[in-house]
Design a protein around this ligand. Structure first.
Ligand code: ZN
Length: 242
């Protein structure tokens, strides 16, 4: 039975994404990648991250930064640093890569999972950061489980009988009847004060989802960000996971 790598918010961070793939493959075959958007933006290697993703069978949805890089969303929701990086990314993407990002849907369904970037209700903008938001989103997807990114923080929302709750994503989660919203955390720019790349693997045989953190060469990415002339704060934040 197959194992699927679940990644979100790669953000043009090739060192982080490569480290995630290495770790995932070290434990066995990966049948495919489920990518929850924001492949590009913030980081220095947009095309190389897209290349790496496309080496594998993958189901990917678009994030707000992917759309910003191809002028499909206006930058008024972006802070100055994010907007600067989006414009930098847009200038570096050749037509073929722009077409690839433009081909990504906002939502995808794979088996029991719905994949979106922000939320099923608003895949481009909404952050699921609290139980009421997750609860309100339950009626916007039909599968038992929904995978989201956007927040860059690993989280689990359980829609249990009566007591819905949002909390940390456990190291090993066995999927049952309960409806869940799962954020695997961010690969290329984690924001939970842990600089290690965050991701998950779904094992179809055991119907379990494992959460991983992996170290990567943060200094190499930081040096590339500075050389590229991207805002220096984008390099600094990688050092402390924010
Ligand atoms: Zn993001």
């Amino acid at each position: 039975m197959a194992r699927y790598l679940i990644v979100a918010d790669i953000h043009s961070n090739l060192e982080a994404f490569a480290a995630v793939l290495e770790t995932a493959k070290a434990e066995g075959n990966i049948a495919g990648i489920w990518c929850l958007g924001d492949i590009v933006g913030y980081g220095p290697d947009p095309e190389k991250c897209i290349d790496l993703l496309r080496q594998y069978p993958h189901v990917s949805v678009a994030g707000n930064h992917d759309l910003a890089a191809i002028n499909r969303t206006d930058l008024s929701d972006f802070n100055e640093t994010a907007a600067t990086a989006a414009l930098w990314t847009a200038r570096r993407l050749s037509k073929e890569y722009q077409r690839f990002l433009g081909s990504l849907p906002l939502e995808a369904v794979v088996g029991d999972f719905t994949l979106v970037h922000g939320s099923p209700r608003d895949p481009v903008r909404e952050y699921i950061i609290s139980a009421p938001e997750a609860m309100a989103n339950l009626k916007y997807f039909d599968t038992p489980y929904c995978l989201v990114g956007h927040l860059h923080v690993p989280l689990l929302f359980r829609a249990g009988d009566g007591e819905a709750c949002l909390g940390a994503l456990p190291p090993n989660l066995v999927l049952g009847k309960e409806r869940l919203v799962i954020n695997p955390g961010g690969v290329g720019q984690p924001r939970d004060r842990d600089p290690r790349a965050s991701f998950a693997i779904f094992d179809a045989a055991s119907r379990s989802l494992r959460h991983y953190r992996v170290s990567y060469d943060v200094e190499a990415t930081q040096a590339k960000i500075k050389r590229a002339g991207l805002p220096p704060s984008l390099a600094e934040r990688l050092g402390y996971g924010w």
